[in-house]
Design a protein around this ligand. Sequence first.
Ligand code: FES
Length: 100
Amino acid sequence: MIVTLCSTNAFSENNMLEIIHEKHSYLVAKVNEEYFVVDNMCSHENSELILGCLKDKTIKCSLHGSYFDLETGKALNEPADEPIKTYPTIIEGNNICIEL
Ligand code: FES
């Protein structure tokens, strides 16, 4: 099932948005001209990644500072050692979609 999360028009520059779909919180990030969708919750503790910041194709958790690769979800430094879930992003027209 293809699910539309938001429009590319919501992004004017590198930025991120939290999108709730069926009670699940996704983080949609724009880095240069690429879009990434990952779970919004850090894999370490209960901290929302939307509160962190983007650096290139990584996101930094604001609570303990772990970085995660937006393409693979891999935790790049401690204390997090588990990946976050990533979703292959599908662009349909102006829509940013994922397959569930
Ligand atoms: S809650 Fe994200 S690194 Fe600890």
